[in-house]
Write a protein that binds this ligand. Sequence first.
Ligand code: 4NP
Length: 164
Amino acid sequence: MSVNVLFVCLGNICRSPTAHAVFQHLVETRGFSDAVRVDSAGTGDWHIGLPPDTRASASAALRGYDLTPLRARQVEPGDFRAFDYILAMDAQNLRNLRALLPADFGGELRLFMHYATGVDEREVPDPYYGGENDFDRVLDLVENAAQGLLDTLVVRHGLRAQSR
Ligand code: 4NP
């Protein structure tokens, strides 16, 4: 049985695809591909079916992450059954998710930045109307929280790395 993790932002073209690719890469490099399944979605519907924002893809590519195969989708009711961890990029996304939350959700819904260490930010700021620095900052925060998240999952779920 895998641990299923869903990253959620507004459009699913900047922050959550970045988290998706960064966390997937970390899961693979640390040998947990069979134990952890990763996906991302947006609370909004404007960008459904579209690839990530080219600025997000370009910034991520400079650090070795490939966002280009990802396509935006909207959060759907089945996600609350399919995912054990639903992690929001900011407080507005979290409020929007709570409004959709079924009473029988058995997983964890919270801010992704809960898992970051050594920084004061509690949210991953929306870079959509920003510049290159804002996309770099998203990557810094996402890389930080991704490490903390995987460390937590390994301990909490007793995950064992596959030897490669
Ligand atoms: P994301 O960024 O939520 O990180 O994917 C945004 C993408 C699109 C818009 C806002 C934020 N928008 O207003 O279209």
